[in-house]
Design a protein around this ligand. Structure first.
Ligand SMILES: *Cc1c(COP(=O)(O)O)cnc(C)c1O
Length: 378
């Protein structure tokens, strides 16, 4: 069993947890008092402007008071979903916040972080920020994950192995048996972080829940999830991490800002969890439209990686930054990929039927202006 403090920088170990004081609920429960003068946190007794209140029916008290710094109600719900203790859940101002928190806590100068490539840029950026080095495990020519290269990178015992599954931007994913092989090869000193931003879309027989597989691994691990994608709450900035151990999670809590998730986001996330029907409809619509888009793109001569997500990674055979401008001129925003070796790719999200049709029309039009798509010329 790995030691929970071993991945943590000395600087983090030495700082004390933030003392946020008690919430009204805690005082009520602990002291059986209803009438409380909350004068410890410099909050405005009048609350927010009436204009702010109209945004959200209950925004008055939510906006006036500091949020629960742990987001305990939401953490309890998430802990039950994952069958872990509530102290193994950490909330982030988006999961990107947690990527930063983890890197801040773990990466020392010259440490190595291994990741799948092309990568989610933030996974690399925060490592670099901390003075660490990034080791990229590039996908194969057919855009699937190179398991031999991944296992070789793991064997070099990186400080951290962090990647998204399914991969953003590619959409490819590690199957249950592939993830099991990667986990079995991990050194106890390597922290594994699996960013499952698209897990709700990918869920099914061929896709592993990393938390389930990591629970008995003896490793230090984090699984990141977000409400920004399938739950549709990107504007509210709320994501979370499931952590192997409450002690390790406590270290990460020290490395974040104390009130990193806001009260409206916490409440909205719980409502989102309550509406399973909406989530299911969102996933089904994305799946149908993704298949339709992929078929249309294939018919146009484009090739793309397999995807279970709400996006496709498409080789356009030409400079994608220039193509993206041509698409913008036709009213379509896509993400041209700029990482070395993948400059001919765009990542296009699965939108509404109308938006997707618009994209396909614009691509036909813009694509006709240059050479035809030439595929995987890397
Ligand atoms: C979108 C995305 C995130 C960021 O999500 P937020 O919760 O909005 O910060 C993290 N990781 C990956 C791989 C993503 O695609």
């Amino acid at each position: 069993m790995a030691n929970a403090s071993s991945p943590i920088r000395e600087e983090i170990r030495s700082i004390a947890p933030y003392n946020a004081g008690l919430t009204l609920e805690e005082v009520r429960a602990k002291y059986h008092i209803d009438d409380i003068a909350k004068l410890g946190s410099n909050e405005n007794p009048l609350g927010p402007s009436p204009m702010v209140r109209t945004l959200f029916p209950d925004i008055g008290e939510l906006a006036r008071l500091y949020p629960d710094p742990q987001g305990r109600a939401l953490c309890a719900r998430l802990a039950a979903n994952f069958d872990v203790e509530a102290n193994q859940v950490i909330l982030g101002n988006g999961s990107e916040d947690l990527i930063a928190v983890i890197c801040r806590s773990v990466v020392r100068p010259a440490d190595t972080m291994a990741t799948l490539y092309p990568s989610f840029p933030l996974h690399e950026d925060y490592v670099t920020l901390m003075g660490g080095k990034v080791e990229r495990v590039t996908v194969t020519a057919d855009l699937t994950i190179d398991m031999n290269a991944l296992l070789a990178a793991i064997a070099r015992k990186p400080r951290m192995l962090m990647f998204s599954n399914p991969m953003n931007p590619v959409g490819s994913w590690l199957t249950p048996s592939e993830l099991a092989k990667a986990i079995a090869a991990l050194d106890p000193e390597t922290l594994i972080v699996v960013d499952e931003a698209y897990a709700e879309y990918a869920a099914g027989d061929d896709y592993p829940s990393a938390a389930d597989m990591l629970k008995d691994s003896g490793c230090n691990w984090v699984v990141l999830r977000t409400f920004s994608k399938a739950y549709g709450l990107a504007g509210l900035r709320i994501g979370y991490g499931i952590v192997s151990d409450g002690g390790l999670c406590d270290f990460f809590n020290r490395a974040r800002t104390p009130f990193n998730t806001n009260a409206i986001a916490q409440v909205s996330a719980i409502s989102a969890l309550d509406d399973a029907g909406h989530l299911k409809r969102s996933i089904e619509a994305a799946s149908l439209e993704r298949q339709r888009m992929a078929a249309s793109l294939a018919a146009m001569g484009y090739r793309m990686a397999p995807s279970k997500c709400n996006f496709l990674f498409v080789d356009t055979g030409k400079n994608s930054t220039q193509l993206a401008v041509a698409l913008l001129e036709r009213g379509v925003i896509v993400k041209p990929w700029k990482q070395t070796g993948f400059e001919t790719f765009i990542r296009v999200s699965v939108g509404s039927i109308r938006e997707n049709d618009h994209f396909l029309r614009a691509l036909k039009d813009a694509g006709a202006q240059g050479s035809s798509p030439a595929l995987f010329r890397r």
